[in-house]
Write a protein that binds this ligand. Sequence first.
Ligand code: SAM
Length: 188
Amino acid sequence: MDIIFDEVTSQVLTELEKTQKEFWNVPRKTGVLLNTFVKMMNAQSVLEIGTSNGYSGIWIAKALQETGGKLTTIEFYESRQSVAIENFKKCGVYSHIRPVLGSACDAIMDFADEEKFDFVFIDANKREYKEYFKLVRPHLTDKAMIVADNIISHADKVQPFIDAIDADKEFQYTILEVPGGILTAYRG
Ligand SMILES: C[S@@+](CC[C@H](N)C(=O)[O-])C[C@H]1O[C@@H](n2cnc3c(N)ncnc32)[C@H](O)[C@@H]1O
């Protein structure tokens, strides 16, 4: 059975899928996986690096409505962030969102030391994935999950990130062959 959302959310997701290429959104399959993982992890504090127009964020935030958690989502461009905020509002999930505007590395460096995330979705500048991992690692809970997109489609650019995860003894990881390819890593 497909995931069933309220009518407005279903319509918003279907509309956003028509401009998927323009806004570099994850495929629907990855959206379903993100929603499922967040629920399975009972995630309370999720970080998304790369908001775009909010498509993946909606899938995550719908799961957070069930877990009672919050999504911090970072986007460089104000024009995209404002579209995302509108989409979050339409889908009734904005109370679960903390939008952060700016460069991802700077934004993560600005987080307070005590800020912790139990789920992180990486989907911004492919060449910076390794840096995101390095910066976000001190902010992960003991049993955190990381999902990163475009692992197969941008294999060369993300290889340093894969090597860093591979060398990290605290994480078990695998690569799933959904369109674009995602890496899932679990610290536990
Ligand atoms: C692949 S899109 C994200 C798609 C989104 N996760 C989804 O599936 O709906 C990447 C987004 O990250 C933003 N971005 C790229 N580099 C960034 C950076 N260094 N800091 C913050 N945002 C960045 C881009 O502007 C773009 O909107």
